[in-house]
Write a protein that binds this ligand. Structure first.
Ligand SMILES: Cc1cc2nc3c(=O)[nH]c(=O)nc-3n(C[C@H](O)[C@H](O)[C@H](O)COP(=O)(O)O)c2cc1C
Length: 204
């Protein structure tokens, strides 16, 4: 079993990186092979540029940086995405990574007469979100529901992947260090226990 942990934050000392490291350590301790991808440190370019557009329009080849990302996801059974919540969604760096990497021909395929063929049925995705707001506010504003619709269903399930877990670390900017440390340890253990499971593809 292999997990790819992708972290999207420009500060290696951020809470998001601490969480990503804690999860990676816990997954490794559970006997799962871990590969990590630090999108900011690796200078991944999130801009959907001409080469990406050409590929989308069916008259280009996959850019080499995108191919490398697809290959490391291909090596993984579990994909863990750790990111701060920005504007009730994900940071632009991660959104650009998804725009460029989860493309037609690899993540899904349009087959005339059949429709969309989902290509990522072997992958289980775990979303780990760091947010300043509290859970009650998320409910009041429909953010949990929006997240489910836009990200879980709109991106990963659209491509056939199973969303194995979504974990939100709330009140990241206001909780005490001790409380955060305890929550991060629990979170790492919870994600690790799910990555030890065999992925199961579901039909949507
Ligand atoms: C551009 C930006 C947008 C943000 N939007 C939200 C938001 O919509 N909801 C929320 O709860 N927190 C929001 N925050 C707060 C961050 O989620 C929070 O500060 C961060 O997760 C703390 O973790 P870090 O130390 O790893 O950056 C936002 C922060 C920034 C910089």
């Amino acid at each position: 079993m292999t997990a790819l942990v992708v972290v999207s934050h420009s500060d290696p000392d951020s809470l998001t990186h601490h969480v990503a490291r804690s999860i990676s350590d816990a997954i490794r301790a559970a006997g799962v092979t871990v590969e990590t991808a630090d999108l900011a440190a690796e200078n991944f370019d999130p801009r959907f540029a001409t080469a990406d557009l050409n590929l989308y329009r069916g008259n280009g080849t996959t850019p080499t940086d995108v191919l490398a990302e697809q290959q490391r996801i291909d090596r993984a059974d579990h994909l863990v995405l750790a990111f701060p919540m920005y504007w009730w969604s994900m940071p632009a760096l991660l959104k650009g990574w998804i725009d460029r990497v989860f493309v037609s021909g690899w993540a899904f395929e349009y087959n005339p007469g059949v429709g969309i063929v989902k290509e990522l049925g072997r992958l289980t995705v775990h979303l780990v979100v760091i947010a300043a707001d509290d859970s009650e506010s998320f409910d009041r504003h429909g953010v949990h529901e929006a997240f489910r619709t836009q990200i879980e269903r709109g991106i990963f399930e659209y491509c056939g992947a199973t969303v194995g877990s979504t974990t939100i670390l709330y009140e990241s900017d206001t909780k005490s260090r001790d409380v955060l440390a305890a929550e991060i340890a629990d979170l790492g253990a919870a994600v690790a226990s799910r990555t030890a499971d065999r992925p199961t593809a579901v039909a949507h």
